[in-house]
Design a protein around this ligand. Structure first.
Ligand SMILES: *Cc1c(COP(=O)(O)O)cnc(C)c1O
Length: 375
């Protein structure tokens, strides 16, 4: 079907734009020999895993369920990191993941031998204590009091036997200058352990596919770790794989006025794009301007009871009317993986737009999807 015929609300992911990102990532892989895997927590659209698997080395997971998804739907390298593993899931994790990363020496002590007996690569997440994001504490694993990673002072070298890699993840939507800064802190704090490792994982948060991303600094960082310490380098971006590659299409249900013109949409910030409130950020909207920039400004809002279910104030060339369709941009990442049915709000359908512009709905949701999660 045509884009204009899609039901609303609907997430639409553009295959050509995903492939454009994948080509940038595979350029880095080819020029450096680094391995890049998809962090599924940002984007778990299994319909596109065959395409992603043509370019990337595999998947990483935040726990058992994502690990299963990567194993079943991509079936390439399958890594996992969780702040703590459960006794009742570790065997299944070890049966499907080839790299398992532990958050602490106590987790290593508990599970390392089982992982090694299963023939798996064991990694340790480190905390380089190097914050490179300001005013962004909830996304900064180096913030004081964070639960993520072993600090230098936590090291128990007698437990490092069998540990083949170190993992850090400290960035969020950042450029490679911050990676360079972080890598210096990693070397300063953990340099003495690097020569005995086989691999290092730079985590995610690298905005590699953004227009202003400095690829040459990234590639120099990768090469330095390869040459100086003879390490295999992994990167596990989520955002960068599907950055700017999807839309959320919504319809105007009603118009309201309370000091400002208000449009009520068949979508919701809190249910369908929670990062708009949590991150927070303002999603791009095709054909719109900032508040007051074009002649007709509206506050775009959702259907839930939450007063703050507001996507933002946007302006238009023409007044909005009921039934108008609005297309929000950059809605592939951290969108469909974070939806919920608060207020019984229906979930958006999920569609793919192929390279010829044809769209097909690959999943629709209904009442049962709401009811099933309650009892
Ligand atoms: C979130 C996360 C990623 C992916 O981060 P992006 O910002 O989506 O690139 C990778 N690794 C770990 C451990 C993470 O927590």
């Amino acid at each position: 079907m045509r884009f204009e015929e899609l039901p609303t609300p609907c997430f639409v992911v553009d295959e050509a734009l995903i492939e454009k990102n994948l080509k940038i990532l595979s350029g880095v892989m080819q020029r450096t020999g680094a391995k890049i895997i998809l962090a599924q927590k940002a984007f778990s659209m299994t319909t596109l895993y065959p395409l992603i698997g043509e370019y990337l080395n595999g998947t990483t997971a935040s726990g058992l369920f994502e690990a299963r998804l990567g194993y079943e739907a991509m079936g390439k390298e399958n890594h996992v990191f969780a702040p703590a593993y459960r006794e009742d899931e570790i065997d299944e994790i070890l049966s499907i993941c080839d790299h398992i990363i532990f958050n602490s020496f106590s987790q290593l002590e508990k599970f390392k031998d089982r992982a090694l007996r299963a023939g798996r690569k064991v990694g340790l997440r480190i905390n380089p204590e190097c914050s490179t994001q300001v005013g962004h504490e909830i996304y900064d694993p180096c913030t004081p009091g964070s639960r993520f990673g072993a600090k230098r002072e936590d090291f128990r070298p007698e437990l490092l036997d069998g540990v083949s890699g170190l993992h850090f993840h400290t960035l969020c939507q950042q450029n490679s200058d911050d990676l360079e800064t972080t890598l210096r802190a990693v070397e300063e704090n953990f340099g003495e352990w690097l020569p005995r490792m086989e691999w290092i994982n730079f985590g995610g948060g690298h905005h590699i596919t953004r227009d202003d991303y400095d690829l040459s600094t990234l590639e120099a960082c990768i090469k330095r770790m390869q040459e100086q310490y003879d390490l295999k380098v992994y990167l596990e971006p989520g955002e960068a794989v599907a950055l700017n590659a999807g839309y959320l299409v919504a319809s105007v249900l009603d118009l309201h006025k309370n000091g400002i013109d208000i449009a009520i949409l068949d979508t919701s910030a809190t249910c369908h794009m929670p990062d708009v409130l949590e991150m927070p950020y303002r999603p791009p909207l095709f054909g719109s301007g900032e508040s007051g920039e074009k002649p007709f400004t509206y506050r775009l809002t959702g259907q839930t009871c939450l007063t703050g279910d507001v996507i933002g104030d946007y302006s238009f060339d023409q007044p909005l009317k009921c039934g108008d369709r609005l297309v929000f941009g950059d809605m592939a990442i951290y969108s469909m993986v974070k939806t919920n049915t608060f207020n019984g709000t229906p979930l958006p359908a999920i569609a793919v737009q192929d390279k010829d512009g044809d769209c097909r709905v690959v999943r629709e949701f209904g009442y049962q999807d709401f009811k099933m999660r309650l009892a």
